[in-house]
Design a protein around this ligand. Sequence first.
Ligand code: MN
Length: 245
Amino acid sequence: MRILISNDDGYLAPGIIALAEALAPIAEIVVVAPDSNRSGASNSLTLDRPLSVQRAGNGFYFVNGTPTDCVHIALTAMLDAPPDLVVSGINNGQNMGDDTLYSGTVAAATEAFLFGIPAIAFSQVNHGWAHVESAARVARDIVERRFEMLTSPFLLNVNIPNLPYEELGPLTPTRLGRRHQAEPVIRAQDPRGRDIYWIGAPGACRDAGEGTDFHATQQGRVSITPLQIDLTHQSQLELLAQGIA
Ligand code: MN
């Protein structure tokens, strides 16, 4: 099996190092990741400047671009043949509910999915890398499942509680929950008296009911959500079509 690995926390992040170490024994791996932390980059492509790829001492490739840039360049310019799977992460913090729209971790996987390659995004629920080795072991377990019951390509979003491997609950299929709107921006002044703004924290859970990613991880389970890209609101499409006719 050939696996391309990326992330949004940058090629030096403990999560991508742990993921690469966990997958190297079972696959031929190539790591292509941003040169710095690009969390929150979503599906952005860099179109206003050229990009460069460099190789680190450990063999990881790093790019002065976004997670999506990394996967795009790897698939179109670096790899001789498409990989069997693209994995992203392990992210420093959860990507559940509405987070998935902003996440660079999910975006890296999505880019592969758009190229017709199965992809899995991995995130740890809490920041700080506690039990990242446990999360990497879970990631390897999940990769080894292969998901032949799914149509290919698939796009899976996995969130792993920060627990020792033995204390984790089972892999649980979930839907995305929902959050309340984000916390307010934090307004301050720079040293020259200009207003500056820090984007606030994500909103609290609004729908964390049974069956959601939030609910499963709160129970100590590993959440796995199949994602799709089509944002069409089907019932409103029908109303619109009727209303316009
Ligand atoms: Mn991140």
